[in-house]
Structures are given as structure tokens and as C-alpha cells.
Design a protein around this ligand. Sequence first.
Ligand code: SF4
Ligand code: SF4
Length: 368
Amino acid sequence: MALTLMEYRPTKVTLNLTELCNCDCRYCYSYHSSTNFLDIECAKSAIRFAFTNSVSSKKHFFLRYYGTGEPTIAWDLLTKTVEYTKSLSQKYNYTNYGIHICTNGVMCQSHAMWLANNMSGINLSFDILEEIQNIHRPAKNNNDTFDIVYKNAKVFSKYNNNTMFRTTITKHNVNRQVETLEYASKHFGGVPIIFQLLYKVGACSTKDIYPPDDINFIKKFIAAHRYFIKNKNVQLSYSELRDFPLENFEHHYLTLPFSVMPDGSIIANFGQSQNLEYKNVFKFGEWNPNNLKFQIDYEKMEKIKAICSKIFSECEFCSCNSYCYRDRSDIFIRKENNKLEFSLGKVGCKISREIGSYYNSILSNLKN
Ligand code: SF4
Ligand code: SF4
């Protein structure tokens, strides 16, 4: 039963402008299976919908450009939709909003400067050490990307005070976490850094690149975190956890994120949306170009919520419950007796619990 959009009132929207990318990262989970660009009317409609929900509810409006591809490849679409958001802000005299982008940083410096000036936040995927960046994140033509991303990282960190770097940890750099922070501290001042573990999901599941041994990762992450505590010129977080515990927060899987893909479909989980066989499991709506409206499937939405509640049912009794974002991409789907079964990667939970328990020990020391 497809109901109207009126009953779904998100104030945050994620736009996936394209699946195309100028990089060929060795751990990329995207299949880059489509050459579509998001329809500009669909993009504007999504922004308008979430923005007006925000105006009426007074909840913060948040626009995020995110990739199954590189958003800056769709430069015209990106700049036009940012301008459109600003025009809505003027029209409604409403400034309670933010625009963030996740980018690989492979672009000319004038584009980098434009992002620095026009984004409220920049999340740069950058593996920081030259050798690691060039191994992990080559350009599409197989060229090294370190030099260009380094220069743009300088622009972002100098001109946008809400820039952070997201660094993926694999077997190649697990033992170099402290060194990575030392380098960042020397070259980029106090830019916050998020270490993210490689997950073998989507297209990455068949690639020749591997996550580190979990115990070694935990040990080396904690050493890096201790370095951060001593050295105030750098900040470090783990991608799956908050730095401080928070009780009674609402998990996004219960509200279902409004994430629009380049073909206009609305999906609730990026990692699995990239698993081609199960591409539509988390899809709950789509853009209708004929009437220029989104069609939401509310029955499907409820099914997805039920799946997520089941997947995350053990969280209630988990020791790192109040730290964990529960925003994991390592949700595994398999078919058993013609029924889909879902499960969360156990290694990911084990790592989160260990790091959560380390965070707790810091907190107890602070209190004493
Ligand atoms: S920049 Fe992002 S989308 Fe592009 S190949 Fe790398 S991980 Fe994939
Ligand atoms: S570590 Fe796993 S079980 Fe624990 S709260 Fe996070 S997702 Fe849930």
C-alpha cells in the first residue's frame, strides 16, 4: 500500500548525486553500476520536502552529499542544489540548517575552495600517509592521488573549520595508526580524524584487500587514542562510537533516513544497497518523474523497521550500548529456506565493545 509523503517527515536528507567516481579505491563497496545522475527536480524536491519539514517542526535541517560515487563529479548539480537550499533559507528566513559533503578530495583547487566556503562541514576520505593513500586510493587512471588530496586537505583544514578526515584502517596501515596521527598533527593541525575499519561488504567483498586482525586493530587504536590524549594538536574517534556515552537517543533505523539514490530510489542502508542481489531489500520509496513526487511505501518501511529491530535486538544488553551509533554497514543477508536472514558482523561488535570499554575506563579515571 503506497501512502502519501505527508506521513513521513524527515528533516535530514542525503543526496547521492552519482555512482560515478574519479577514483578506484581498492576497498570501495560501490559497484558503480549506473551512469545516472540524480534528476535535478528530484534533488530539489527532496531538499524542499525535508527543509519545509524542518521549518514547521523547528528541527535542524541537514543536507548531506554522500557517495556511492564522488559527489563533486556532478559539480553542476552539486552547486545548483546548494544554491537552491540557500534560496529556501532566504525565502523562509530560516537559518537552522547545515550542508555537509563526504568527498575523496580529488578535484581542482578552485572546487576545493568553493567547498571550503560553501559547506558547513567537510568529511574528507583521506588515508593521510602518502604510501597508504596511494595504495588504498588510486585514481581511476591508476595515478597516485596523495599529492592532489594533500593540497586540498590543506585548503579544507585552513578555510573550513568543520573539516574532518576519515581514514580507513586495513592490514596495510593497522600498525601505523600512531604514525598517521603524528603526520596529521604536523601537517593539518587539530583536524579531527575518524578511523574506520575496513568492512568486506558490497563490491569490496570480492576484492584483494583485507581488514586487520581485530585484536591488533584494538591494541593499535588504543595506542593511537592515548597519543591523541597526550597530544592536543590532533583528535581521534572511532567511526562506530561516540566519544561520550549518551542514554536514550533515538536510533536512526527507527526513523529511517531519507537517502535518495541517483535513480531516485529511497533506501535505508547504504552498505547493503550496494549488494546487487539484495539491492531492493532496504528500498522504501522512489521518485515519480511523471507527477514530480516521491512515492513512499509505508508497508515496506514498517518491514524495514522490523528487520532493523531484529538485527539490533542484542544492543539493549550490550556493554557499549550508550556509545554505539548502530550505523554499521556490515549487515549480512543470506537466503535460508527461501527466507532472508539478517545478521550483524560479530567482529565489528567485538571491536566496538573493547573500544567502548576503554572509553569507559577513561571516563572513570576522569571522574576519580
Ligand atoms: S572515492 Fe569513494 S566512491 Fe570513489 S572509489 Fe573511492 S571509496 Fe569508492
Ligand atoms: S556493539 Fe553491536 S550489539 Fe553492541 S550496541 Fe553496537 S551494534 Fe549493538
